[in-house]
Design a protein around this ligand. Sequence first.
Ligand code: AMP
Ligand code: MG
Length: 269
Amino acid sequence: MKAAERFRARGTQKIRDKDASDAPLATGDKERDERQVMELAKKIGEYQDIFYAEHRRKILIVLQGMDTSGKDGTIRKVFGELDPLGVRCVSFKVPTTVEREHDFLWRIHKEVPGQGEMAIFNRSHYEDVLVPAVHGLIGDKERKRRYAQIRDFEHMLAENGTVLLKFFLHISKAEQKKRLEARLANPDKHWKVDPNDLAERQYWNDYQQMYDKAIHETDADHAPWYVIPADSKDHRNLAIGSIVVETMKEMKLAYPPPNEAYFKVKVPD
Ligand code: AMP
Ligand code: MG
């Protein structure tokens, strides 16, 4: 079964902690799994070369997940073999004052990929339905309004030649505890510690519920959501890498046709 089918969000699926540790694609042999991830990363790089040359379509990859779920690690391991010329990574933080004075899609739309470009969003417009909803800053009505706006926005992007892939990196609460503890124990990782992450952990169940709703309100064939069991980093990378490779294969990428006249051109001395 294709990874894209296996991990595609399903209508009635609930995001449950126990599913975060499933790792059907990992063999458990670390060396072998990492080699496989590298092969996928290289394949994505090969496809990207053609995609860039084609200069026609656009690819937008959205990475969402709780703190420490591995968004940064995914970018390094799965997308680390891309030519930097054709890829742009964008991290969305707490909105600035100016950003807050605009509609929530304003800062997002500015960063979407152009022709031949891949953009990887580390967090995204989804933060704007998740965070305020969890903290009671917006109610059901506003949340639903935002889902509708996201559906329209993503539909517009797809109609304009964007291939969208949205990944929820699903870790368990226990795994997050381990990862936060590891950060606290390592001085070189202290720069990554945000006291706010510890506070947000208290809202774990609310976040899971909001993710569940957001995913099911905005999953579409032109903008699919994938729920990736991510307690195992190798599994996470294998699953995401496989889905990206499958998707790029299905795009039937091709270099632009050669210019016959060029074969006869002589480069002047
Ligand atoms: P990090 O990705 O760990 O660097 O942290 C970025 C922080 O910004 C996270 O706590 C996000 O939840 C927060 N953030 C990003 N976008 C928004 C948003 N639209 N509204 C509120 N918080 C946000
Ligand atoms: Mg953080």
